[in-house]
Design a protein around this ligand. Sequence first.
Ligand SMILES: [Zn+2]
Ligand SMILES: [Zn+2]
Length: 353
Amino acid sequence: MAVVRRRLIVRGIVQGVGFRPHVHQLADELGLAGFVTNTADGVVVEIEGSAADVASFTDALVERAPPLAVIESVEQHEVPATGTGTGSGSGSGPGSGRFEIRASVAGAAATLVSPDVGTCDACRADVAEAGDRRHGYAFTNCTNCGPRYSIVTTIPYDRANTTMAAFIMCAECRAEYEDVRDRRFHAQPVCCPACGPRLSATINEIAAALRDGEIIAVKGLGGYHLAVLASSEPAVARLRARKHREAKPFALMAGDLDAVNRLCVLDDAERELLASPARPIVVLGARPDADIAPSVAPGLHELGVMLPYTPLHHLLLDAVGEPIVLTSGNVADEPIAYRDDDASTRLTPIADR
Ligand SMILES: [Zn+2]
Ligand SMILES: [Zn+2]
């Protein structure tokens, strides 16, 4: 059998979207040898086996790419075979064990990192499931969802290059991270209550403070936001005064599409946009009877609304039971704060706790 080896350089949004696991699974299915690695120039794959299998692999690499990947180009080079791909071929099936994910190679930045991705249904189910080890855990994520861009400190996209670097994975998270069949295989921010970040107060305490009209600093994996109850005029007005923000409207977060529909008139396209993975803020026509403080959007008949995009948001909105204002944790035009020491000094005059 003629053995060929091909080097592929895949560019686009291919880091932090489950691309290396995708490559690994394809190689296993076809029984091909080689490796995949993240570099600053893109994802580099070398694949070795029969010419037909290598061609199938190259097609499937693009055709079956993970949903969040955006492939801009695939550069291909034939390279000398190393002999690791002999004797495999279509018949050998999965688990040949000769395909590996190699450590990332640092270098000049040319690769795009995915935007943050709203919590997937499977992670929401983990958080809701009473017996799950991530039950109620605000920072649950997986290969298909979670923070990306907002936690990256440099590329290539690897845990060591994110704000999660300080959290050492526990044995259970490590096992998920290393299991190619697991939904958390190579999910860089993977964590759990045993090894990941913790909230400084319980969800119920935070929800109670919000209902009492307090301004709360909410720290996600990517930075701080400030939250207040959207129906409380004194709370929203106080937030506006403390942020030195005179009139620019605040964005709202509502628990689900039904909750949005109680505030605003919604068509199908707007529903789809609200629920899309990036969970954008969508500007919608406000219902005249919406229970929203006038200071949220002074003088406007429109509201900027988004759906929860992290487990923390889902838990918080469920506990509060009504929409909140969520705004970046900065004063006027300062950049968003994210380091603990930074935030505690800059946010103290703003947040009630
Ligand atoms: Zn997920
Ligand atoms: Zn863990």
